[in-house]
Design a protein around this ligand. Structure first.
Ligand code: ADP
Ligand code: PAZ
Length: 307
């Protein structure tokens, strides 16, 4: 283990040993289930990285429940049941939603009597028509492209158990907010919130998004690798766009492949890479845990915030 400023940095081999104490590691039966539900993440990563991470979340969740209980005792009240919220930050296409899906699965298995839900902040982007009206359609993903008031309100309502909470839904296929559809968050015990902006400071709001988090993760990788993953995902979007004229990428899918990839490379360079450097990377050192990925999404080291 290496100690850097306010982080302990563990090589994969050391981090992999942290699941053996107190809390069950991922079982073979769970691995079988994962294999059928998620064929992207390597099962070795589940054992070496995500099983210890689940252990860490368990430790933090236990502390959180105790702190909530103690506070309610102090106030002589019985209301100590606010959901535990985990934030996942990182670049566009670094693997935030894949990590969120996997953690959601692992936590649901660990706590069968708890309700685990997840949401992406993509749904809080302004619709394309509004971005266009503001003249910022080419700034999608940058701080000003999100309705931060709505996101803060949403988190506030979930954290304060304000019944069923609804949020807009974003689709990568139509490249816009889906009209007449919404995400429904219904009294979760654990909520996972993933998005490029979850550790950013608000410009006008009096409260940070991360004030609602009880644990935060940042998925990190070399931008050149992330570009490759972005282009691979773009290739997959083209594959599914072929048969669907309503798909945003339909014209690219039926047109010249080289031109399509040239466009995607330019979007990466001019929008997503710029956003990463200016607004996302500077939030890395606010995360409690930094998962560092190398080629093929393999995680080679994990940093854990000391204080
Ligand atoms: N652990 C992983 N192993 C293999 N592929 C992955 C992994 N994580 C993400 N991917 C792939 O990388 C691309 C980006 O992942 P995604 O979760 O969509 O990123 P984000 O939510 O950060 O934009 C997708 O094509 C996804 O299938
Ligand atoms: C919707 C997003 C801001 C969020 O990205 P995600 O983390 O879901 O990959 C991004 O996918 C996006 O559309 N960026 C704008 C430029 C582009 O890639 O088209």
């Amino acid at each position: 283990m290496e100690s850097r400023m306010n982080y302990y940095v563990f090589p994969r081999s050391e981090w992999a040993t942290f699941h053996t104490h107190n809390f069950a590691s991922v079982s073979d039966e769970e691995l079988d289930q994962l294999r059928s539900l998620n064929d992207e993440v390597s099962l070795q990563d589940v054992k070496d990285i995500y099983s210890p991470l689940r252990h860490l979340i368990h430790v933090r969740y236990r502390d959180y429940q105790l702190a909530e209980y103690n506070l309610s005792q102090f106030m002589g009240e019985h209301d100590h049941n606010h959901p535990f919220i985990i934030g996942i930050a990182g670049s566009v296409a670094v693997g935030k939603s894949t990590t969120a899906r996997l953690l959601s699965l692992l936590l649901s298995r660990a706590y069968p009597d708890k309700r685990v839900q997840m949401i992406t902040t993509d749904g809080f982007l302004y619709p394309n028509a509004e971005l266009e009206r503001r003249g910022i359609l080419n700034r999608k993903g940058f701080p000003e492209s999100y309705d931060m008031d709505l996101l803060i309100h949403f988190l506030n309502n979930v954290k304060n158990n304000q019944g069923v909470v609804r949020a807009p839904k974003y689709s990568h296929q139509i490249y816009d907010i889906v009209p007449d559809e919404e995400e429904v968050i219904d009294h979760p015990d654990i909520l996972i919130v993933e998005g490029i902006n979850v550790l950013q400071l608000p410009s006008k709001q009096p409260i940070y998004i991360s004030d609602y988090f009880d644990l935060s993760l940042y998925v990190d990788a070399d931008p050149e690798l992330i570009e490759q993953w972005y282009l691979e995902r773009f290739g997959m979007l083209l594959e599914t766009a072929f048969t669907d004229p309503t798909n945003y990428y339909y014209d690219y899918a039926i047109g010249d492949r080289e031109a399509a990839f040239a466009m995607a490379k330019q979007v990466w360079r001019d929008i997503n890479l710029k956003n990463l450097k200016e607004y996302i990377l500077p939030t890395k050192n606010r995360a409690d845990v930094i998962l560092h990925k190398t080629t093929d999404h393999v995680i080679d080291r994990v940093a854990l915030r000391k204080f």
